[in-house]
Design a protein around this ligand. Structure first.
Ligand SMILES: Cc1cc2nc3c(=O)[nH]c(=O)nc-3n(C[C@H](O)[C@H](O)[C@H](O)COP(=O)(O)OP(=O)(O)OC[C@H]3O[C@@H](n4cnc5c(N)ncnc54)[C@H](O)[C@@H]3O)c2cc1C
Length: 290
């Protein structure tokens, strides 16, 4: 396992309500030079955002060869996977867009956050760029995937044809992005799966999909099995699961790793871990291996 990087303590430097249900929190502060010095990260890279209840300090974990060592449970901060929406090296600032969906830990923190509030970052890691031979790209996701889709749309070369679909509650959640996007409104009965199914991807395309677990699973099955997209060209990742908190999902991943080890299966990529955890949750579904 690679050693995970825990950045030194950071602070909120600004907040902004991007749309009624999306709060941007920008981190920087006394250790801004660490953000300024980060290596180039691919679009859609993510971090573990560490935060506490409003007003409380954030105790950071220690990195180690087998993962992170956390403080005791009483002082352990919330840890939520979030996308790096933007990294401004000149200012030493990282912007994170947090979807607001009712009374959740991340939403409470993001809406209450004020300049000077403490926060921690583990990472960044991950990110996605299409395979070199992909001659068209499909991007699909919900509001949790919107920061990644926005970053990908800024990154992808202008000559690469891109089809992007984003499911949000309604028109108030739409954002100005680098390229046109098909906005799917849940409130009006729209469904991301229907939109992806309605227009199959052409041969040679690559897809990046993220959002709610059951929706991602259905889209992945459609792309891989019905549309015949190769595994190498279909990056479909669960960002959250209805009815399960982030802590619940982390436990599923742990169980998936343990079950894979028991069966002698080697999990290499994040996608492998996700597929195994889907299998545990759903009793398995067949996927072509190519
Ligand atoms: C790699 C990666 C990158 C991500 N990037 C982002 C990002 O940039 N911005 C972002 O907002 N999210 C992002 N997410 C998703 C985010 O980590 C989860 O949505 C997380 O559960 C939010 O934490 P919470 O405290 O709001 O809710 P939790 O305490 O984890 O969950 C509480 C309840 O809310 C439900 N829930 C969680 N998220 C949503 C939602 N979006 N809509 C409706 N119900 C929900 C859960 O099912 C649960 O029932 C990312 C996830 C991954 C894996």
């Amino acid at each position: 396992m690679t050693r995970m990087s825990v950045l030194p303590p950071l602070h909120v430097v600004a907040t902004e309500r991007v749309t009624p249900r999306m709060q941007r929190v920008t981190l920087g502060g006394s250790h801004a030079e660490v953000l300024a010095g980060l290596e180039t990260i691919p679009p859609a890279a993510h971090v573990r955002l560490l935060f506490a209840e409003p007003g409380a300090p954030v105790v950071l974990p220690e990195p180690g060869p087998t993962g992170l060592t956390w403080p005791d449970d009483d002082s352990r901060p919330y840890a939520r996977s979030m996308t790096v929406r933007a990294l401004d090296r000149d200012r030493g600032e990282m912007a994170i867009d947090i979807a607001l969906h009712g009374d959740s830990a991340a939403g409470r923190w993001a809406t209450a956050a004020r300049p000077g509030d403490p926060a921690g970052i583990v990472g960044p890691g991950g990110g996605w760029t299409p395979p070199a031979d992909a001659d068209e790209v499909l991007l699909a996701g919900d509001e949790t995937a919107l920061p990644a889709i926005a970053a990908l749309l800024e990154w992808l070369p202008r000559h690469t044809p891109v089809r992007a679909a984003v499911e949000v509650e309604d028109a108030a959640d739409e954002q100005e992005l680098a390229r046109p996007v098909r906005w799917v409104h849940r409130a009006a009965g729209g469904s991301l799966l229907d939109v992806v199914r309605a227009r199959p991807v052409p041969d040679g395309a690559a897809a990046w999909v993220a959002g709610e677990g059951h929706v991602v699973k259905a889209i992945r099955e459609d792309l891989r099995i019905a549309q015949g997209l190769a595994r190498s060209h279909c990056h479909a990742i669960r960002y959250w699961t209805r009815g399960r908190s982030h802590e619940d999902s982390d436990r599923t991943f742990g169980a998936a790793r343990a079950e894979a080890a028991r069966r002698g299966i080697t999990l290499v990529t994040t996608q492998d871990v996700h597929e195994m955890s889907y299998e545990l949750m759903t009793g398995g579904f067949p996927l072509p291996t190519a």
